[in-house]
Structures are given as C-alpha cells and as structure tokens.
Design a binder for this molecule. Sequence first.
Ligand code: SAM
Length: 474
Amino acid sequence: MSPDKSAAPRDGGNGRGKLGSRGRGRQSRPRGADPARLLAFDALRAVHAEDAYANLILAELLRQRQMPARDAAFATELFSGTCRMQGSYDAIIERAGGRKLNSLQPAVLDLLRLGTHQLLAMRVADHAAVSATVELAAATVGRRVTGLINAILRKISADDYGGWVTKISNGWPAPDALALRTAHPRWIVDAYADLLPQTELEPALRANNVQPVSSLVIRPGLATVQELLDAGARPGRHSPYAAQWTGDPALLPAVAEGRAGVQDEGSQLVALALARAEAADGPWLDLCAGPGGKSALLAGLAREHGAAFLAGEIAAHRARLVAAALRAYPQSDERLVITADGTRPAWRPGSFARVIADVPCSGLGALRRRPESRWRRDADAVDQLHPLQKSLLHNAIAALRPGGVVAYVTCSPHRLETEAVVTEVLSEHDDLDLLDAPALLPEVEDAAVGRFIQLWPHRHGTDAMFAALLRVSG
Ligand SMILES: C[S@@+](CC[C@H](N)C(=O)[O-])C[C@H]1O[C@@H](n2cnc3c(N)ncnc32)[C@H](O)[C@@H]1O
C-alpha cells in the first residue's frame, strides 16, 4: 500500500492539528489504513491533541464511521487499552527506542503506543501488529516515519509485557515497580496503599485495567428487573434494581424508553442506602445531580415514599441531561430539575428530608471506565477539590429538616475526599449522627470501613464508591 498526498494530515504532518481538519466522519479517510486501527489512532490523537474524553470521542467516531461489530470491538479494545496502559508503554517505547519520548513527534508516539498494545496485550500476530502500524503511519503521518516505527516495534516484539517491565524496573523501589507493572502513576499507587491491605493492593490496581460489564438499572415503578432478564440481560450482583448487559443497551425497549438506564451497581447501592435510612418525612434533594444517574433512581424511590424530588446541578447542559434521565416519570409528579449552585442554595434551609451530595471528585474510583483519566490528573487535583467538597456537604446539611439524612458520596476512595471531608465537617457540627451506613446494605459483604461504605472493583465488581450517611438531630 502506498499512501498518496491526500493521505497526509493537512496540518503539515505534525499530527497536532484538529482532527476536524481531516474530518472525523466517513469522508476523506486516508486510503490504505485499516479502518479499525485508523479509528483508534484518530481517537488517540483527539485525546492527546484536543483533550477529548476517551469515552466520548470513541462513541462519536464509532457512530460516525459505522463498522462491523467485530471491527468496532477491535478498535475499542485497541484504543481503550492503549489509553489505560499509556504510562507503561511509554517507558517501554523509550527503552526500546533508546531516545527520549519528547524527541518523537506526538502522532508518531501515538502510533507506537497503538503498535505496542497490539504486540503486548492483544491477540495480534507480531508481524501483523508491526506491518499494520507501519501502514497506518504511512497513511496518516507519512512514509518518512515508517522506518523508525518499524525499528522500534520490532525491538518491542522481542519480549513480552512482563519481560519489559521486569527489565525496566530492575532495582527500582517496590511501589515504582508496581506502578509500572499495573500501569498507574505512582501517586495513585500510594493512595491505594494507604487504604488497602498489602495483599489487595496489586489486585485492586489490576482491576482498574479490566473493562467493566455494563450494568443496567431500572427506574422503580416504570420497569422491572424481570423485564430486563426476559430481554436477555443477566442478573445483577448486588443491587435489587440491577441487571448486566453485554450488548448495546439502546436495543432494549426499557432503556430506549427511559424506563431503565445504564448505571454502575456501586452508584445504585449508595442511592439505595440513603433511601433505606430512617429519616424524617418530606421532599428529597440531589444537590449535584448531573448527568442524572442517581437522580433517576432516587426519583423513583422518592415516589415510592410519596415524596417530592428536586435535582440541582450547577452546569446547565448537565441539568438538561438530568431532565432527560427523568423523562419517563409521569409529568404529574412533584419533581423538578434546576440549574443551581449547591454552595449558594436556591431553597430555604431545613427544607428536605433526604439529600444526596454526590460531589465532584477525582474519579479515582472509576478508572475502569475512564481509561485516560489516570494519566491526566495528579495529586493536586485531590487537594484542590477538598474545600468545594466540604462546602457542598455543609450546604447539604443546612438543607435538611430535623431528622433528615444526607448521603455524602464520592466515586473516589481517596482519604482526603472521603473520610477527611466527613470527619472535618462532623467536627464543626454538634447536631449530627454518623449512621452505620454499611448496615443498610446487608446484601453487600466487606463494604464497611467503620461506619462508612467503601466499595471496590476487585471486591465487589463495582466502581470504588464511598458513602457516609449523617442524620441531623430531630
Ligand atoms: C460526581 S458528579 C454527580 C454525578 C451524579 N450524581 C450522577 O449520579 O449522575 C458531580 C456533579 O456536580 C456538579 N457540580 C460541581 N460543582 C457544583 C456545585 N457547586 N453545585 C452543584 N453541582 C455542582 C458537576 O457539574 C457534576 O455534574
């Protein structure tokens, strides 16, 4: 295959230009490149050159380019796996190439990362992984880089992943070697080490490298789990509202009609714990509702309690997503979605019986489904979120009527975002009880850290959700 001029990116070949310049759609695709590998390459460039979110760009490109299911699965694994393992692949590429990464053109580095994933983690024959990557390089960046890519990938193919990490980390401190082996930045390894017994540390990190099965959730009162099972879903693991589904969820009538949705079981369980707590009667509030996963479950549970439901979200576009998630509930319900800053309440203090504060967090508990995120954040992100998390919890408490209960929730297990926020806020109030939250989820084993709920992918198959329940004296 020989690339023609039109195959070269219009940004002059440095690979940094907007993908839009070549077009993300079906038109003007470089000739000769395998469509699945090209999609993975375009998605990876968008992540690195445009700060695109991996999940969103992948979904967009798959929708636009319409390829057979097998090719779509290949592209998904190639792209997501490469994003996830990036830090370790970079170390291998640097060692095999014998040169600093920053001496490589960004698009060339992405091609090498994709080739490395095929060589070290996918069932692709070595010669096919190398030649297909060289062809992709010729079709996208240009012929002049094919020799370099061929040479580096051939060196990488001389050993397997374990061999490379052993060679590179020889003599390193154990946590650095673990970080390389499991493809996590060192600060995340340290944060996990602070939370888990030593024997669970590596399994917990490895669990972040496994793509989760899609969990479905019903909207209580609008669909039943049996309906999903009858349509071919498998039972959920813990939540009474869950089912598991491996195909495209939109093919299920209940999902297409908004009577069910996609939601990790961990999110379902923390919402359920709030609904099961003993609390005063009255309306429910979701303080940080976007994009609406927990609101959609809680609105149904509130209906079952005969309670009104309010969802607040600071970002208008995310508030619209919440409204969409709630669309199947009857219009006649007492239910409202508003764009509101939870730190500057739009409601009177003492109005609500149950409040969920599912605060913005580092997302360290959802690394399985956000493949690129571990390489984008650093420990500073956690420090920076702490004051906002505390402020949102203070405001959630102020919104409670006597006997009301707040669930403080994060999709991060990091101590500074979880226990530290709750204990600091507790120390500033003398009218709060910390409830035994794990006791409200008897169906889930091994989820208790004292009175807090802490779920883990390697233990529960869920995201690493944290929840604390606090009740105001009544
Ligand atoms: C972890 S997400 C919530 C996820 C949501 N509960 C769900 O299950 O779909 C946190 C949300 O809080 C919103 N947010 C951030 N700062 C906020 C504030 N000051 N007031 C209200 N919402 C805020 C973010 O825009 C984001 O949508």
